[in-house]
Write a protein that binds this ligand. Structure first.
Ligand code: AMP
Ligand code: ZN
Length: 115
């Protein structure tokens, strides 16, 4: 279900342009506008789920679909030697867009520390 005020729902609907890298029935993925590495893709469920803390038994299927997409995108982007998947959740987690999304970051050797 779409949230009319949500930036990523608007991107998924095509109302705001994006550099799309992948789409299927449940998942949309596009390049981050402010990339932190040579490859920085945002993988989002088409269903509006606000954040990781909003995942439930009823909607968790779309999380699995996001990770299936991440594996495909990682291969398509040539990230055979690995990558990092990040989810920011809520205010303390640094989440700025309240539509669940996974940052797929790679294309260079990343720092060993998580934060
Ligand atoms: P987060 O801080 O985890 O909520 O991540 C939100 C991400 O969305 C940031 O990395 C932004 O650079 C990215 N972002 C914001 N607006 C756009 C946009 N219009 N197209 C692509 N990425 C965007
Ligand atoms: Zn949304």
């Amino acid at each position: 279900m779409r949230d009319e005020n949500c930036l990523f729902c608007k991107i998924i609907a095509g109302d705001i342009p994006s550099a799309k890298v992948y789409e299927d029935e449940d998942v949309f993925a596009f390049r981050d506008i402010n990339p932190q590495a040579p490859v920085h893709v945002l993988v989002v469920p088409k269903e509006h789920v606000c954040c990781a803390a909003c995942v439930t038994e009823e909607n968790s299927r779309v999380v699995a679909k996001c990770f299936e997409a991440i594996a495909k995108i990682g291969k398509a982007e040539g990230l055979e030697s690995g990558y990092r998947v990040i989810n920011n959740c809520g205010e303390d987690g640094g989440q700025s867009v309240m539509h669940l999304h996974f940052h797929l970051i790679g294309g260079r050797k990343l720092g060993e520390k998580i934060i």
